[in-house]
Design a binder for this molecule. Sequence first.
Ligand SMILES: [Zn+2]
Ligand SMILES: [Zn+2]
Length: 296
Amino acid sequence: MPAPGESLVRVKLAALCNTDLEIIRGYKKFQGILGHEFVGEVEESGNSALVGKRVGGDINIGCGACLLCKRGLKNHCPHRRVPGIQDKDGTFAEYITLPEQNLYPVPDRVADEEAVLAEPLAAALEVTSQVHLHPASRVAVIGDGKLSYLVTQVLSLTGCDLTVVGKHRDKMAGLREFARTAFLEEVKISPRFDTIVECTGNEQGLQLAGELVRPRGTIVLKSTYAGEPKINPAAWVVKEITLVGSRCGPLDGALRLLEKKQVHVHPLLGRRYSLADYRTAFSTRHQLKPVFDPIL
Ligand SMILES: [Zn+2]
Ligand SMILES: [Zn+2]
């Protein structure tokens, strides 16, 4: 049942991402229904303009009353709820509820299969609101997974001098359209990049970020870390590095990029599974690709 101010949304598609797998490994100690990437259709809402609309959702639900919420920082509300991540059931379900103000209509030109990835695309877009990138910026993205694929495309729109460091041949081939690629084992270790966007979520990626960033450069941490990376930040202190944590981003901006076909997400979509088949989806080796379809 939707709470006051919430809408009832029938989930059309929900995607499984690395964060879901990290949560299973213990990140956030969340218990409940997983899933936070979705596209759905509003069935009930106090806002009649939303009823029947296809929507994506901003997943951070602030309390609305604390100092941070009042300053427009609901994503950092200490009492926030996040479907499938914190204190609220997620999107691997037939229905979810979300506050009206968290719902964003999906433009007609955006297919369900694109809209389901608006949330991670918004997270990729967040980098551009945190770090000023311009055509003269030398930028490296570390990692070649889903998040890296989205971050690389978004950053390439700035015209910056972009390199992706990764290790999977097939994924790197797909990234070559948007950036220079360098395989991990061949990458020249020298502190030459103004900005590094770390998308691996592992210790090796973090270590490499510290080695590739120039003195007084910036490392953007775009991944969550389930373990506890053993990194001595002394070298970062000496290089006077700026560290930027980066999480969720603007869903409306992501939907605009999808509407204008400025970002491609289809290569990230894999097999579809019905909700009843969730065990297969979670246990598959292509863990970043399953898309759930609750209506099958
Ligand atoms: Zn996700
Ligand atoms: Zn709050």
